[in-house]
Write a protein that binds this ligand. Sequence first.
Ligand code: SAM
Length: 227
Amino acid sequence: MDAIELFAPLGPTYDRYARLLSFGQDPRWRRFLVSRMDVGPDDAVLDVATGTAAVAIELVRRSGCRVVGLDQSREMLETGGRRVAEAGLDGRIELVEGRAEQLPFADASFDGLTFTYLLRYVADPEATLRELSRVVRPGRTIAMLEFGVPPGPARLAWELYVRAGLPVLGAVVSPGWRRVGSFLGDSIRDFHRRYDLLELWRAAGIENVRLRRLSLGGGVVVWGNRA
Ligand SMILES: C[S@@+](CC[C@H](N)C(=O)[O-])C[C@H]1O[C@@H](n2cnc3c(N)ncnc32)[C@H](O)[C@@H]1O
């Protein structure tokens, strides 16, 4: 199933269940992601795969920057637009429909870029990273959040959760969340089997790449600077 179909029914319930299904860790991971961004009130940040705009809102609250949030799902953006309005941030956040693989922006037009849970959904992660990097000014920060596969003893608990707990919990919520619950474990495992995140980022020409595992490795934040 492609990502547009997967996310179309999730917008209105996304924030509540993303938090519940990640045992409340998801907002904490986003806050760490945003804390990596060296931006201030005069800067413009692009948040790709913005979905319901949670990262975009956190960016403005923390640093006062302006944010353009881009996503390919109109339905997720509709919920995002409501959240931005409720937060009184319409003047600081603009939401745009578009694809990460082909951004509708000129080279070096942003002072920073964030993206969340994106690379598992694109056909060529290295090419997409190059495209994201293209629109950032040289030297400025690019940061991402992704699910991880915990190493060591926590791996067993993680496998149990994604193989048994998540599909059952998803099915209880709705058909849309049942699809997410059944596909997420394989998607995360396959992605990390195929790609080493540090190598991937460096291959895309990003410098000073750093990685932090959060919540025993269930979340991973990577950040670096546009060369
Ligand atoms: C799991 S949601 C994350 C939303 C949000 N950033 C957050 O922190 O919760 C992933 C988002 O990526 C978007 N997405 C997936 N592939 C995309 C692509 N190629 N271009 C733009 N957005 C994409 C989906 O529409 C969805 O809104």
